[in-house]
Design a protein around this ligand. Sequence first.
Ligand code: ADP
Length: 462
Amino acid sequence: MTTSLRTRLSLTYILTAAIIVFLILVLTNAFVVKHFREYVKENEELRNKQIVLMMSGQYMGDYRWNTQGIETIGVSCLESGIILRVKDISGKVIWDAKTHNDGMCQRIITNMTQNSGGIIGTKDSSYIEIPYDININLKKVGTVEIGTYGSNYLNEHDIAFVNAFNGVLLVVGIFSLILALLLGTFMASRISNPISKVIRAAKSISKGFYSERITQKANTLEIIELTSTVNNLAESLEKQETLRKRLTADVAHELRTPLATLQSHIEAMLDGIWEADANRLQSCHDEITRISKMVGDLEKLTKYESESLRLEREIFDLSELTDRLVQNFQGQFQSKSLQLVFGGEISMIDADRDKISQVVINLLSNALKYTPEGGRVEVQVDNSNGKAKLIVKDNGIGIPKEDLPYIFERFYRADKSRTRMTGGAGIGLTICKAIVDAHGGTIEVESSNENGTKFIVSFNSP
Ligand code: ADP
């Protein structure tokens, strides 16, 4: 059976309270009644001894008794519900309550029978008369038999006390149950309310409302964690969704121009307007090459953007890595008559080696692309103020001031016609930034058409 958390918690509270109240009721009752019973018994014993003492006072010596005095004591006892019979040493009855007023004695006995039941722990018992010796100077002179109702008899006052006590316990019990019910419901709603909110938010997120967030504050550790986990989940889903939408829009936009060019060229050739000569076919081929390169770059970007959270970090020397990559590029720089120089000091970073290599490669490729023949590119790695820095500086064509804020944007090219010729799709720097951001680093650019371009990438040293 599935029940809500609220019902379950409330029921648990009530059940626990009910068990505790029940146990308290039974145990207290048993304990108190037992002690009360002992107290009543002791009282009865004391009272009986007093009666015997009073009776001994009625002995006048030489087997003579003050019968008048005995009767007075007997009647007064009878009025208090005590049945007496006084005998002399030979067993002859001097005074008997039953003889004096049998009707009253019977009423007292019936009353005792009723009072001996009805409370917890009482057992059946019957009316008995206990004989007590009347002694004068340690010598027995007679007997007084006092009627009692076994060990379970309680008089009306005693019963009233036990009942009042039970009444108080019952009221306390009911009050505790109501309190447990209220407290249980309150606590249950305090716990289940935020969870219900999380469920509602999660449902709405699962329906695609990624901007949904749980704003309610909680003070239970697990609920705070749950809330922040769901919020983080929503945030990354929202980010992914934005990326997906942007990517689709950008791709459509970027593909439209080369595809339209291809379409018009091929249609012209099919209609016989243009001759399908080698030049025109070459131009179509270039367009197709550009599209495939762009698709390749896009694949890379998607990979880096989606994997940016999954970094395989290790501690390594950025300078050594850059030096190796610079050496790999030497051939391409030389064939364009470019000078490529490297200088660096040991600079340890905690990063994903493959992804950092991609950053260096992209920056070197750009320097190669955008520096005219005879130019010079300087690469430097240094380590200062707890930061490892990679600087790639060229004296190439530079980036116009107005383009600088946008060059890390996807598909952004500073000069479209110029970059088309170099084959760039405007993704290389976007990839660099995605990787550097994922490492918690920064990438900055300084550039002017006169002095060329300088990229500075910084990482915190481990
Ligand atoms: P692309 O594939 O077009 O090179 P990038 O994202 O790498 O794409 O660069 C974006 C734009 O920034 C380039 O189109 C270019 O205009 C400009 N750019 C990047 N690096 C340099 C550089 N070293 N010198 C001059 N311009 C550059």
